[in-house]
Ligand binder design. Structure first.
Ligand code: HEC
Ligand code: HEC
Length: 303
């Protein structure tokens, strides 16, 4: 009995040393560790002026030359495909911008989009004349944003959906794939064909603009750790230097909404699985005790 325990101890110690020595080392060589900033955007200086939403409202009339603002009933000036032909990508609807973007990021972004998003590809021109104008526009978008919680899908559509499809949710860069009509007499759904054709044109323009088609994000929540996604979304350059993906500027709440969507679509049974975990552990504990008692009662007779 004593000897068995000693052997077990020696094996366990060597296994642990081996694991500890090799695994963290290999890991640190293959993935550099990126320290998160908790969405504070510390490279940008604090905004010192106070925003005035009323003034911001009139300044924001410049935005609707390219963007829709659905909460205000303002439609997009062009359809998504024409926008992509003009700007490389469809400018997002701005209803949620004041809620999901970090205030400091949003203010600096309006003054200098390409620099603040760290993306040389960013095709939106500077859209505020001074820090005061920018702060006023941001105050306006904060005032019109819905007060209630945003649906995870809407957060994704605003922040990521113009570039990234999500097959498991039937999401494309042009929105959800329309449902096939049930009573088509000819056997051909012309609307569906039209949609696919437009999607093809959009994706080609997007790929030209970005240098490649941004990947489908259906299973990214499984493929990458939450830490990777958090630091990557906070600053894509930290993980992929030179990447065309912009720093989107989400605040903590916006990031959590997007993550919830990615987890829901990529790993819908995650919550159920995690709830089962403690029961599985309990089962193993009880099973081990029973197995041990069983072994003792048998070996007693043999000795
Ligand atoms: C000339 C067209 C144009 C005008 C005017 C314009 N935008 Fe944009 N905007 C774009 C395009 C194009 C994008 C997407 C660019 C990309 O993703 O590379 C964009 C992106 C954005 C984003 C998303 C930023 C992110 O990365 O999260 C916000 C927010 C935004 N615009 C706000 C505004 C506001 C507010 C105004 C008015 C003050 C404005 N825009 C004026 C074209 C425009
Ligand atoms: C303006 C377009 C654009 C927007 C908006 C955008 N991305 Fe991307 N994203 C890209 C491109 C392009 C790549 C490919 C990057 C590369 O390979 O250099 C990419 C790559 C990625 C990757 C893959 C990284 C890897 O190596 O595994 C993830 C994850 C990702 N994006 C998440 C997001 C999320 C989440 C959002 C919204 C918060 C978002 N992206 C918004 C363009 C975009």
């Amino acid at each position: 009995m004593n000897k068995e325990l000693k052997i077990l101890g020696v094996v366990a110690v060597f296994t642990l040393i081996l694991y500890w020595g090799v695994e963290p080392f290999a890991h640190s060589q293959m993935h550099k560790h990126v320290e998160g900033e908790d969405f504070t955007y510390s490279d940008l200086k604090e905004v010192t002026v106070q925003g005035d939403a009323t003034r911001g409202e009139s300044l924001a009339s410049a935005c609707i030359g390219c963007h829709s603002i659905e909460v205000k009933g303002m439609p997009a000036p062009m359809d998504a495909v024409t926008s992509a032909q003009t700007y490389g990508v469809n400018p997002p609807d701005l209803s949620l911008a004041g809620k999901l973007l970090d205030e400091k990021f949003f203010t600096h972004f309006l003054l200098n989009p390409a620099e603040v998003t760290k993306s040389k590809h960013f095709s939106m021109p500077p859209s505020a004349g001074s820090e005061q104008d920018a702060a006023d526009i941001v105050a306006y978008f904060k005032s019109i944003a819905p007060k209630e919680e945003v649906k995870p899908q809407e957060a994704y559509a605003f922040a990521c959906g113009r570039c990234h499809a999500n097959r498991y949710d039937k999401w494309t860069q042009l929105g959800h794939i329309p449902k096939t009509k049930e009573n088509i007499k000819t056997g051909v759904d012309l609307d569906a064909l039209e949609f696919q054709k437009n999607l093809g044109t959009y994706q080609n323009k997007l790929a030209d603009y970005m240098g490649k088609l941004p990947p489908d994000l259906s299973i990214i929540a499984r493929a990458r750790s939450e830490h990777f996604l958090e630091t990557f979304i906070e600053n894509p350059q930290s993980q992929l230097p030179g990447t065309a993906m912009p720093r989107v500027g989400l605040n903590k709440e916006g990031f959590e909404d997007v993550m919830e969507y990615l987890e829901e679509t990529g790993d819908p049974s995650k919550h159920a699985r995690e709830a089962v975990g403690p029961y599985v552990l309990l089962f193993f504990v009880i099973f081990t005790i029973l197995a041990y008692l069983w072994k003792r009662s048998h070996w007693k007779e043999l000795h």
